[in-house]
Design a protein around this ligand. Structure first.
Ligand SMILES: *Cc1c(COP(=O)(O)O)cnc(C)c1O
Length: 390
């Protein structure tokens, strides 16, 4: 049976070139980079080269890179670490209704500590209006956090415009850029951001490695206590193989960005066009300002979970909303924030393409989905009643 992976938004396979780069650090180069002897020194050197590589890609200084255990930790550290360090200066945080839970749940936790949270609305495409950011900024605002490319619906936010506003107002801007490596520009100066979170396993690197870019001069309270690693900002022995692999993966993603993006966009648009040619199917997210690999569609009259199971049976791996919230029957907070009715939100499925996705795979999906949807609709009482002025 075919096995087609269209869930690259959840995670990506490890690139063999990345594995290759990691292997020495899982074998002979096992030293602890904090050790003073030659086992440690050699590894430390490689670790710092990885840091320089990553910093170069972001247009940042090596000292501005904090290696973390992934995107979740980077988001937690960006928000919690910064506002706790600045708590004498204010207590207000601005974010959006379409953030990943790594940001939203951190805000919920910070609220319990006495911080004030403003959650900005989005339009029907999931876009944040920069003017809303401007209006929400107060005297005591410390930080604004806006996701760069949305993991569920693929919408790309106008970060540069938002960054101009936060710069003018002297407020810090954090972005969760986890979904964007290999597709969108990452230079922090261009984006006008002060903090930026990345995760290796979303760009063909290993799981358990991430990055927080933190602009020079920004104070940050550590969340982990222990050694003085990462300039005292993140204690714990570095995940050396993970970091080496992440730097290599980022290098590859940037080298192959134009070609992969072009290919993926073409396949994405073919899939969108095919799905929308079905009756009562809608695209979620922005029609053009969207991630190269993201297709999120609502199929009226059916449950997204039921469609996922039918697709799984046919060898197609997709997801409903974000992997973190699937399994629960709560409709996606992102779709609801976009004003999509609960019923329609329940019928949504996300296909996320990757660099290895082929046209044959998309053709197969476009063959299977209409059949599966029709079968499910034939069993649905709401659908049966459709023509009868329900
Ligand atoms: C996957 C993801 C995260 C979490 O990253 P992990 O490395 O899995 O912890 C955060 N934000 C977004 C947008 C993501 O897609």
């Amino acid at each position: 049976m075919e096995r087609i992976y269209l869930d690259h938004g959840a995670t990506t396979p490890l690139d063999p070139r990345v594995l290759e780069a990691m292997i020495p650090f899982l074998k002979e180069d096992f030293g602890n980079p904090s050790s003073l002897h030659f086992f440690g020194r050699e590894v430390k050197k490689q670790l710092e080269e990885a840091r320089e590589k990553v910093a170069g890609i972001l247009g940042a200084e090596p000292e501005e890179i904090i290696f973390t255990s992934g995107g979740t930790e980077a988001d937690n550290l960006a928000l919690g670490g910064v506002v706790r360090a600045l708590r004498e200066k204010g207590k207000h945080i601005i974010t959006t209704a379409v953030e990943h839970h790594a940001v939203l749940d951190t805000c919920t936790a910070l609220k319990k500590e006495g911080f004030d949270i403003t959650i900005l609305p989005v339009d029907c495409y999931g876009m944040v209006e920069p003017q809303h950011v401007k209006e929400a900024i107060r005297e005591d605002t410390l930080l604004v956090s806006v996701i760069y490319g949305n993991n569920e619906v693929g919408t790309v936010q106008p970060l540069e415009e938002i960054g101009q506003i936060t710069r003018e107002k002297g407020v810090l801007l954090h972005t969760d850029a986890v979904q964007t490596v290999g597709n969108l520009p990452l230079e922090v100066e261009k984006l006008q951001v002060d903090l930026l979170a990345l995760s290796a396993h979303k760009f063909y690197g290993p799981k358990g490695a991430g990055i927080l870019y933190c602009r020079q001069g920004i104070e940050i309270d550590r969340m982990l206590y222990g050694g003085g690693q990462e300039r005292g900002r993140r204690a714990g022995t570095e995940n050396v193989p993970g970091i080496i692999g992440m730097a290599r993966a980022m290098e590859i993603a940037v080298e192959e960005k134009e070609e992969n993006t072009r290919r993926m966009e073409k396949l994405r648009d073919k899939l969108i066009e095919g799905l929308l040619s079905m009756e009562d199917v809608y695209l979620n997210g922005h029609p053009t300002r969207r991630l190269a690999g993201n297709v999120n569609a609502s199929f009226e009259y059916i449950e997204g979970e039921a469609l996922l199971l039918s697709l799984d049976y046919k060898g197609i791996a997709a997801s409903s909303g974000s992997a973190c919230s699937s399994g629960s029957m709560e409709p996606s907070h992102v779709l609801l924030a976009m004003g999509i009715p609960e019923q329609t939100a329940h019928g949504s499925v996300r296909f996320t393409l990757g660099r290895h996705t082929t046209e044959e795979e998309i053709d197969y999906v476009l063959e299977v989905v209409p059949e599966a949807v029709q079968k499910l609709r034939d069993m649905s009482s709401i659908y049966q009643g459709k023509g009868e002025g329900k």
